[in-house]
Design a protein around this ligand. Structure first.
Ligand code: ATP
Ligand code: MG
Length: 183
C-alpha cells in the first residue's frame, strides 16, 4: 500500500488547491524554513482523523483553515485528500476491494468535520478503522516526527505496548473487543 497523491485546499498555508503526486517509493520534500513542509505532514495526520489541535501545532482545531494573508482572504474551509494504491489489497473492510482508496476530510467554519472514503460519506471512526493494524494512522509509527525517537525511548510501558500492538496488527482486535464490551 502506498500513498500516491496528496491534495490540499485551504489547509494551513496551502490556500490555493494544490495537488502533490508521489510517484516513487521515496519522495523527499525540501524547501526553505516556513514554506509548508511540516504542514504537509500535519495534513496527512489530519485526514487520518487527528483531533488534537496541539498535535497539529495549533491552538484550536480551526487553525488548520487558511487564515488569510496580505493578498488573500481567509478560506471558508480546509479540504485534504489522500489517495492510496491498494492494488496489493492491504486495506480490507467495505472498501478493501478497490485498487485506489481516496480518503477526504473537510472542515468548515461551523467546526464540523466531514469525512469520506471513495466519495462515500463516512464517520471519523470508519477512517480510523480502515487503517487500524496497518501502521498508518494519525498517531501511528508511519509518521515519525522530530523528537519521536526520544519519546519511544522514554515511553511508559503502556505506550510502548501500544506501538508494539499496532506493529503486530493486534490493535484492531483490541479496539473491537473494547467496542463489544462497551455495548
Ligand atoms: P521548517 O523548515 O522551519 O520546519 P516548514 O517548511 O516545516 O519550516 P511549516 O511549519 O510547514 O514550515 O509552515 C509554517 C508556515 O505555515 C508559517 O508561515 C505559518 O504562518 C503558516 N501557516 C500555518 N497555519 C496557517 C494558517 N491557518 N493560515 C495561513 N498560514 C498558516
Ligand atoms: Mg518543519
Amino acid at each position: 500500500m502506498r500513498l500516491t497523491r496528496l491534495y490540499l485546499a485551504g489547509f494551513k498555508s496551502f490556500a490555493a488547491p494544490t495537488e502533490i503526486l508521489l510517484p516513487a517509493e521515496r519522495v523527499a520534500i525540501v524547501g526553505p524554513n516556513g514554506c509548508g513542509k511540516s504542514n504537509l505532514i500535519d495534513a496527512i495526520r489530519w485526514v487520518l482523523g487527528e483531533s488534537s489541535a496541539k498535535q497539529l501545532r495549533g491552538q484550536s482545531l480551526d487553525d488548520v483553515i487558511f487564515a488569510g494573508s496580505g493578498q488573500r482572504p481567509a478560506a471558508s474551509q480546509a479540504v485534504v485528500e489522500l489517495s492510496f494504491d491498494n492494488s496489493a489489497r492491504r486495506l480490507s473492510g467495505p472498501f478493501g476491494a478497490y485498487d485506489q482508496i481516496v480518503i477526504c476530510r473537510s472542515l468548515g467554519r461551523d467546526g464540523q468535520s466531514r469525512y469520506s472514503i471513495n466519495q462515500t460519506r463516512v464517520r471519523r471512526r470508519d477512517v480510523v478503522d480502515l487503517f487500524l493494524g496497518t501502521g498508518v494512522g494519525a498517531r501511528s509509527y508511519s509518521v515519525i516526527e522530530q523528537g519521536q525517537i526520544n519519546r519511544v525511548v522514554d515511553a511508559k510501558p503502556e505506550d510502548l505496548r501500544a506501538y508494539l500492538e499496532e506493529t503486530a496488527g493486534i490493535s484492531l482486535y483490541r479496539e473491537r473487543r473494547r467496542e463489544t464490551e462497551s455495548r
